[in-house]
Design a protein around this ligand. Structure first.
Ligand SMILES: Cc1ncc(COP(=O)(O)O)c(C=O)c1O
Length: 387
């Protein structure tokens, strides 16, 4: 007998009621994604776009997002991990894929086999790739990362200026790109970003003087695409703005549309007398006779526990406060003031309902984090539904 599949979709298909059994779903609006991509294009006057789709396209689902962006003409995709790149290749994505996080020398063969483009930030990795490329009989493109002030990956501009010609001379290696990353281009004050640009431009001049010509030069994340023209070079690398969130301190309206909404339904509704505690630790106690709704969305789904007694969700177009601690799989809402509320009602944790809207940014500010973490944190057990 064949062993039952452990693949999530297959398991759901075997469960009576299937995936429809639990109404907690992240809905991904691919037209909103296309709109945000158009907003990127409108600002970059013909430069290429590398779309950041790492971490499952910031929680939106890397394959579906990449397919739509590929149809729209994106030049390149950015992932963090080699595995993420392989997943896209298996899904038929044929555009170049840049692997941003450290590739280890032991992964050189896998990179070459999948046709990925690694970011190179030191000589040992460049040599390992060169050896593997020669063995495979291929010409392997790489992008060299220069640290101009982020203090994360990358060689100093001075070392990079010396090393890029060496790397470019390695057999089997083509330096297709050079790049740097901003530490704080989202701030109104662009002084530090300008210092990073000074260093990067100096490095670009230095390699040019050494006779190395590199077609792709890139630095701009979403913040720079939105607010810092100097960083556009020949390609840009937006992430969060594609998903409809605005990273700028200034918060100026960038005309973006949120792509993801997180929805569920009321599973259970009960009336509790005044003085009744709700959830772990009894941190919420009803002050009056209250209607408390239980929704099947908890911190294991990515609805952060920091939203305990702090978050709100939308029910019948109205905000309802989280009552007590968020549990692993469920959260309670005080729906006493929602007229007509009933079991089965739609609940929106992120997204809009009638005239109300809760954004990933709102959740982030209520929990002391950033929209990126809220979106990436929506766990893999929440099915993504594409519209
Ligand atoms: C190297 C690199 N480039 C570009 C981006 C995209 O940044 P954002 O999502 O702020 O546009 C990231 C995101 O973390 C990154 O690590």
């Amino acid at each position: 007998m064949r062993a039952p599949s452990t693949d999530r979709e297959a398991v759901l298909a075997e469960v009576p009621g299937g995936g429809a059994g639990r109404p907690t779903v992240a809905t991904i609006d691919l037209d909103a994604l296309a709109h945000n991509y158009a907003e990127v294009c409108a600002r970059i006057r013909g430069r290429k776009v590398l779309a950041m789709v790492k971490a499952q396209a910031y929680g939106h689902g890397a394959v579906a997002v990449s397919r739509r962006l590929a149809d729209l003409g994106v030049a390149m995709f950015g992932v963090a991990l080699v595995e993420e790149g392989i997943e896209l290749r298996r899904a038929g994505i044929s555009q170049p894929i840049l692997v941003m996080s450290p590739v280890f020398p032991g992964q050189a063969e896998a990179v070459i086999e999948a046709g990925l483009t690694p970011v190179v930030f030191n000589a040992p990795l460049a040599r390992a790739l060169s050896e593997a490329a020669v063995k495979a009989g291929v010409s392997q493109p790489v992008h060299v990362k220069v640290d101009t002030g982020m203090g994360r990956l990358g060689m100093s501009p001075e070392d990079a200026a010396d090393l890029v010609p060496v790397i470019a001379g390695l057999p089997g290696i083509v330096v297709e790109g050079v790049m740097t990353h901003f530490a704080d281009a989202d701030l109104r004050d662009k002084q530090f970003a300008a210092a990073q640009m000074d260093r990067f431009e100096k490095f670009l001049r230095a390699i040019e003087e050494r006779g190395v010509s590199v077609p792709l030069r890139h630095a701009a994340n979403s913040a720079a695409v939105l607010e810092y023209d100097r960083a556009l070079f020949t390609m840009v690398r937006p992430g969060i703005m594609l998903y409809g969130c605005n990273p700028l301190e200034s918060g100026v309206d960038a005309g973006l549309r949120p792509v993801l909404s997180l929805r569920t339904r009321i599973a259970f509704l009960k009336k509790l007398p005044a003085g009744t505690p709700v959830s772990y630790g009894r941190t919420f106690v009803t002050k009056r006779e209250s209607l408390i709704a239980t929704v099947p969305l908890g911190y294991a789904d990515g609805y952060r526990r920091g939203l305990s007694n702090r978050g709100e969700m939308l029910v019948r177009g109205q905000r309802a406060a989280v009552a007590g601690r968020v549990c692993m799989d469920m959260t309670m809402l005080d729906v006493t003031d929602v007229p007509g509320v009933a079991e089965g009602d739609d609940v929106v944790a992120i997204g809009s309902q009638e005239k109300e809207r809760i954004t990933a940014d709102e959740i982030a500010s209520r929990t002391g984090t950033i929209s990126y973490e809220v979106l990436c944190g929506i766990s893999s057990r929440v099915p993504r539904s594409y519209v």
